[in-house]
Every structure is written in C-alpha cells, then in structure tokens.
Design a protein around this ligand. Structure first.
Ligand SMILES: [Zn+2]
Length: 231
C-alpha cells in the first residue's frame, strides 16, 4: 500500500465511479468529490450499483482515502431562521451519503460569523449545528474534517485556532471522529507565510499546537494540496 497519497478533486458526472476512473487516469491514488451538486441544497441518494462499482474500483486500485467536500451553501454557524435548518439538513445529507458510499472524510468550511455578536458565539453555533446534523450517525472510520479558510470578512477558520475551538466546543457529542483539513492556498491567503521556510515552520508549529499530528498526507483540497490530520 502506498504511503504517500496525492489526489485531485474529480467529477462524479454521469456516475459516482466516474470520479474514481478519472483519478486513476490522472495517476492519483486518492480523490475528493462532491456528493451532490455543490450549489444546490438537496441531492439524491447514491445509486447502490454505482456505490458497489466505486468500492470495487477503489479496492482493486488502492484508491484511498475518498474525501467528500461539503457543498458550498452549507453554513452550520448561521443564525438565520431559514438558512440554519437548511444547512443542518443538507449537512446531514452529506454525512449520510458519505457513510453510504464508504468515504473516509467529509470536509466542511466553518462558515460565516456574520449573524453573531462574537466569533465565540459563531463557533458555538457551528458546534451545535454539527452535533444536530450528525445526531444518531456513527462510524469509527468516517471523519468530519474542519477546513481552514482564507478568513476574509466574517469567515471563521482563517486562524487555524478556530478549528480547534470548534472541536473543543463539540467535545464528545459526535459519533464520528473530527479532524482538520488544511488547505495550503487558504492558509497563504489568510496570511500564513508558508512559501518561506521560516513561515512554514511557524505554521507547522501552530498546526502541532491545535492537534497531535497523527497522520499527514497530501489529500485533495479545494484548490490546492491539503494536509489531512487524523484525530
Ligand atoms: Zn474547501
């Protein structure tokens, strides 16, 4: 089994397994997908025959991990009376589909704090939304990954300490492991000088501070390589 994992985001257009085929064609040994349209609230259940084909393809080609990126409409820290329940329901759908297709990770952005009086309140709201969305759903091998962001405006996650704060706020209320997905592009945009040795070392020290670095791989991110940190 390969120890270095390099993948890319692939389209599931036509059928779930098409993403796996594309990843293999490109020489990748892991991949990221959207489990539905990234810009619509609802998504159909995966077709069992396609789930089986994808599992077969992955097993035969050591294509792992399979990462899902949650859709872009979801804002689990929203306080809006319409957006919040929609986000919770949509994220629950993401988790259910992830469990159905046997994915290992589900990446989600921490959302926008614009509805809240403080970042702390937004972090608390995100944690509550996450717990509500995942209620009753359990797996030891399917992890939620909190992704850092560029942090512009009211976005949480520009400071990677936000990710740890969310995880602490969730505590042990989730039946799924929680980890982090570090997008290098977002990190740089947020002000971490990771293109220089000194800045990269500082960034990695911050990463070590928020989590025990139990696993590092170059897993597929939104727009760049990411570091996936296990729990
Ligand atoms: Zn992302």
């Amino acid at each position: 089994m390969a120890t270095r994992r390099i993948g890319i985001h692939c389209s599931t257009a036509g059928a779930l397994q098409n993403a796996g085929l594309k990843a293999l064609e490109l020489g990748a040994n892991c991949l990221q997908i959207f489990s539905g349209s990234p810009r619509t609230w609802a998504a159909p259940d995966p077709e069992p025959k396609n789930v089986a084909k994808m599992a077969e393809l992955r097993k035969a080609n050591d294509l792992t991990p399979l990462v899902i990126h949650a859709n872009y409409l979801i804002n689990l820290c929203s306080a809006d009376a319409t957006n919040r329940p929609k986000s919770v329901t949509a994220f629950r759908g993401e988790v259910r589909r992830g469990l159905t297709i046997g994915a290992e990770f589900l990446v989600v952005h921490p959302g926008s704090a614009k509805d809240h009086p403080s970042r702390e309140a937004a972090i608390e709201a995100f944690a509550e939304g996450l717990v509500e969305a995942c209620a009753g759903l359990t797996s030891p091998v399917f992890s939620i990954l909190l992704e850092n962001t560029a942090g512009h405006g009211n976005l949480l996650g520009g400071d990677i300490a936000d990710l740890r704060a969310i995880r602490d706020a969730v505590g042990n209320r989730l039946g799924l492991p929680i980890g982090y997905c570090l997008d290098t592009c977002h990190s740089y945009a947020a002000g971490y000088e990771i293109t220089a040795e000194k800045g990269l070392k500082q960034f990695l020290a911050n990463v070590a501070h928020i989590s025990v670095l139990s696993r590092a791989c170059e897993s597929p991110g939104c727009s760049s390589a990411s570091i996936s940190i296990g729990v």
